[in-house]
Design a protein around this ligand. Structure first.
Ligand SMILES: Nc1ncnc2c1ncn2[C@@H]1O[C@H](COP(=O)(O)OP(=O)(O)OP(=O)(O)O)[C@@H](O)[C@H]1O
Length: 947
């Protein structure tokens, strides 16, 4: 265990993707002594702390009062307690969770002049000092620190560190001790400086006020420190794991009511705004204390919106309620105590925030999978059926938990990816500024502009005299004795807008927020332009100064926030991610196959095929949807290749005829729903199509899912991706995938990325591959049949895997999976695997056939059905013809014609053509042309071979 100032803290090395820990908000109460004014006014102190946890109201004149006289909290502090004691015995444990990767927040709540700022100044200082001690003593780790300060005034948010434009700077004087110590000094000084600036602002606001409450804080202030840390040896490596968490210090405005503090006009408006945030905070706390039932109105105020994770989400939280003991303030004191009582009941769920590199993530997931697989293979002996059922339930819960964790981690990874991608683009955009490296003066108007953009509030503060000018020109330190260090206060806009609501306050719980973030950067054309404008102004000059990488031995290096050295994937890897390209290639071919199916090139020598027949039975025209992809992706996707546009988009005016397809689907394809598909969420940045698309898709999806319980191609492709990743890891583990040539051809790189190099090379050079392919394919057919695999799955797989040598990875995975299933079935563990959508149960298969038969009625015309019946030898006068046909589909594993025809019919029934196209476009799969090295074997279809 590591320790800070004697306090034991969990060792960072131990932290993993831990499950969330639920705990109540820590509520501390601090009574201040009577102040001079109160003493002069002969005020009486009515409140007393009778022990460490209870505060008592001692007004003998008020006997018979209906209010309680004693209140109990986690800890109460008397008026003569120094702030250090409040920190050490109260807030420290929560605040320092941040070094273990857990978000934390410390609030000060209370009426004006009760001691909120007095308390928070001390708490902030002690926390920062302890954090630096910790950094100093952990030489083996590297730390990146980011600072920000925000003020919420009149429901408008201002970034104070940009607005005041005073850089945090480290004097490079070797006499002053180690770098770390100096940094600490500077930061502590600057926090104090910041508070001074805030009081100047406050004073300016109070000019002209004569009311009793003239000293009341008018704004809520939030100071934040984000810490990322990683084992030093892994910096810049692919398999790094980074802890990232934020501590917030929140000094709220005075909690007195508007009626008391304010009179009319502008002041009343100001009071309403202040109280809107406080009122909403109170309501949110009250609702949360009642057990989180129903809607929690976080979004009703800026304060609660920003602090959402700290209030009921992923953070450890402590609230310090400050009280005046004076009799004249009894009403306010009671209100504060009531708030404190509610806060006691609120729980948060903090977890360690781990940012994993892809490699580390895959490794982690693979390990989990292997563990579960082995548990399934050798289940613990069970004595009775009920034990067995309990065991199964446990496993199910375990699996659900894992899936949730995977989604969470993937979401974080995708978010980081999109940020890195965005910022990298910006770097290219402003190379000159980038070379400037250290802090430069910041246009003060940026802060207001950006916050307005992000939060859409009309109440800008830009007219107010807050913009204290930086008089220091020397923003950099360039002495070579020490590494150049400059701690920038500025925030890259995309980072700040994101981090304020999502990351730094913990991962957003709300998927909308997440999507909004991705969208705001990458998708919406107008907004993206705005963002880019902001980036170009702020990022170039800030990127080298936004964060500081520190080593425990006292050295420090500058760190670009946009490309943290700690374990993020390479750009090339991101852009050429194997899964996207590989799957895109498969989808591309499937699409062509399906195109051929629904609208074949007329072949004079071939007899009229079913597909040709289907095409001619017109009811609706289908315009190729590539145009949609073009609309949504033009200029925004580096993946969108021109050659592919030409290849996949028919010449102008070319319209395909397709029966029975809804108009809405014909017009546009929808974005995927990423709530359950986090792995592909990188791509939802490209899903900025009009929300109508979503609606169209929803109605389409609803229709399909209402019809049948058919796994979508999305599910299927995700499965493939996951399996390929696992296989990749396996091959890495076997020492088979060693990257030897980083400058190799892109195709080669992609295949390397999936660990295919050894296999592919072997396959491609070996004349055995065609035979191996035939053999494996036959085995897969047999196993599908034996394991009662879903017909839709068979069809998807069959159409996606075409005999390319790179398909071997998927075939191998499929074979492994099927073998495992077969083995499980042969052992009689039918129910073990029964939870999957690719269920092996005969019943499920039977049900699927039934549903397919129903779809025949809906999706094939009578004439089309007739042709198929004849072709499949089904008597036109016989009963239940559709079911007969459904029962024959995929029933013969030896006859290739039978298989191809079955696949064609199932693809048509489940609208594979539409799902496939939608997936391709909405996933943002790269549209690179297929490699010329592809060698397709026996699974390339033409309409004449199919039907
Ligand atoms: N525990 C304490 N011991 C001694 N003095 C205190 C204590 N708490 C507050 N004070 C003094 O009381 C005065 C008001 O405190 P402070 O400014 O922190 O109040 P506040 O709650 O932040 O008020 P506002 O809401 O107006 O910002 C200050 O002069 C401060 O030094």
């Amino acid at each position: 265990m590591g320790s800070i100032g004697g306090a034991e803290l969990p060792k960072m090395e131990k932290t993993q993707i831990a499950s969330a820990r639920e705990e109540k908000i820590l509520v501390l109460v601090r009574l201040r002594p009577l102040n001079e004014k109160e003493i002069v006014a002969n005020e009486v102190a009515d409140w007393e702390c009778i022990n460490d946890t209870t505060i008592l109201y001692r007004n003998t004149l008020r006997e018979g009062s209906t209010f309680p006289s004693a209140y109990t909290f986690d800890r109460v502090f008397r008026g003569d307690c120094p702030t250090r004691q409040v920190y050490e015995e109260g807030a420290r444990e929560v605040a320092l969770s941040v070094v273990s990767g857990i978000n934390s927040s410390i609030f000060a709540y209370g009426q004006t002049s009760s001691g909120k700022t007095y308390t928070m100044m001390g708490i902030t200082g002690y926390t920062v000092a302890d954090i630096f001690d910790y950094i100093h003593r952990h030489e083996e780790r590297a730390f990146v620190l980011k600072f920000s300060a925000i003020e919420i005034y009149n429901e408008a948010i201002r970034d104070l560190l940009i607005a005041d434009s005073t850089p945090l700077r480290l004097l490079d004087d070797p006499e002053k001790g180690t770098v770390v110590e100096k940094v600490r000094e500077e930061i502590l000084k600057d926090w104090s400086h910041l508070k001074e600036l805030l009081s100047v602002c406050e004073a300016q606001r109070r000019i002209g006020e004569t009311s009793l409450n003239e000293k009341s804080s008018r704004s809520h202030q939030i100071l934040r420190l984000t810490i990322e840390s990683s084992a030093r040896e892994f910096i810049g490596k692919e398999n790094s794991t980074t802890l990232s968490a934020t501590v917030n210090f929140v000094d709220l405005a005075g909690s007195e009511r508007a009626s008391q503090s304010l009179s009319s006009g502008a002041r009343l408006k100001e009071g309403c705004h202040i109280n809107r945030s406080l009122l909403t905070l109170g309501t949110v706390i009250r609702k949360l204390s009642n057990g989180r039932h129903g809607h929690i109105n976080y979004r009703d105020s800026k304060l609660t919106r920003l602090l959402q994770p700290a209030l009921g989400g992923n953070a450890r939280t402590a609230i310090i309620c400050t009280l005046s003991p004076a009799r004249s303030h009894v009403e306010q004191t009671r209100n504060t105590l009531l708030f404190a009582c509610c806060a006691k009941e609120v729980t948060t769920k903090a977890q360690v925030n781990v940012v994993m590199s892809d490699k580390a993530l895959v490794k982690h997931l693979q390990k989990e999978l292997a563990r579960l697989e082995s548990e399934l293979r050798s289940p613990a002996p069970v004595s009775s059926t009920s034990d067995y059922a309990t065991l199964l339930r446990k496993k199910d819960i375990q699996i659900q938990k894992m899936e949730k964790e995977i989604r969470e981690v993937t979401k974080q990874r995708d978010l980081a990816e999109s940020q890195v991608e965005d910022l990298l683009r910006m770097i290219g955009h402003d190379q000159t500024l980038r070379n400037g490296a250290v802090v430069g003066p910041h246009p003060t108007q940026q802060a207001g502009h950006t916050w307005e953009d992000e939060f859409g509030d009309g109440g800008s503060n830009m007219d107010e005299p807050y913009h204290l000018q930086d008089t220091t020109d020397d923003h950099s330190v360039s002495d070579s004795t020490y590494p150049l260090i400059s701690i920038g206060k500025k925030i890259v806009r995309s980072d700040s807008c994101q981090s304020l609501e999502d990351t730094a306050f913990g991962p957003a719980e709300d998927t909308d927020d997440y999507c909004k973030e991705v969208q705001c950067i990458e998708t919406d054309e107008t907004r993206r332009e705005n963002k880019f404008e902001l980036h170009s102004i702020t990022s170039g000059e800030n990127e080298a100064t936004l964060a500081l990488t520190m080593f425990g031995d006292g050295t420090a290096t500058e760190q670009q926030i946009s490309t943290p050295a700690i374990g993020h994937r390479e750009v090339s890897h991101m852009q050429d991610g194997f899964t996207y390209d590989m799957l895109e290639q498969r989808l591309h071919h499937v699409q062509r196959t399906i195109d051929a199916l629904v609208s074949p090139e007329p072949d004079e020598t071939s007899p009229p095929s079913l597909a040709a027949h289907l095409s001619s039975s017109r009811s609706m025209k289908l315009t190729r949807s590539s145009s949609c992809g073009e609309n949504t992706m033009t200029g925004s996707s580096p993946y969108f290749g021109k050659s592919e546009q030409i290849e996949s988009t028919p010449p102008n005016g070319f319209e395909k005829i397709f029966p029975g397809r809804p108009e809405s689907v014909r017009r546009k394809f929808p974005p995927l729903n990423y709530s359950g598909a986090a792995r592909l969420s990188r791509n939802d940045s490209q899903s900025s199509v009009d929300s109508a698309y979503t609606d169209d898709f929803r109605s389409q999806s609803i229709e399909t899912s209402a019809d049948v319980d058919i796994p979508s191609i999305q599910t299927f492709v995700e499965g493939l991706q996951e399996m390929a990743k696992q296989e990749y890891e396996k091959h890495l583990g076997d020492g088979q995938a060693q990257e030897t040539d980083r400058t190799a051809h892109k195709f080669e790189k992609n295949t390397k990325d999936v660990g295919l190099v050894p296999m592919c090379e072997a396959m491609e050079t070996s004349s055995d591959w065609p035979m191996a392919f035939e053999r494996q394919r036959g085995e897969i057919f047999e196993l599908w049949q034996t394991c009662n695999i879903s017909l839709v799955h068979r069809t998807y797989f069959f159409l996606l895997i075409k005999g390319d040598p790179t398909d071997s990875i998927y075939m191998e995975v499929e074979l492994r999976r099927l073998s495992f299933l077969k083995e499980t079935l042969s052992q009689g563990n039918h129910t073990v695997g029964g939870r999957s959508t690719l269920t092996t149960s005969i019943k499920a298969l039977h049900k699927e056939r039934g549903m397919l038969s129903k779809l025949m009625q809906r999706r094939l015309s009578e004439e089309e059905r007739k042709i198929i019946y004849q072709k499949w030898g089904i008597e036109l006068s016989s009963k239940r013809r559709r079911l007969q046909l459904a029962n024959r589909l995929w029933s013969n594993t030896k006859d290739m014609n039978h298989i191809m025809e079955s696949a064609a019919i199932v693809a048509r029934l489940v609208r594979f053509v539409e799902q496939g196209q939608a997936l391709k476009e909405m996933c943002g799969l790269s549209f690179t042309p297929p490699s010329t090295r592809r060698r397709l074997l026996g699974w390339t279809f033409s309409i004449s071979t199919l039907l």
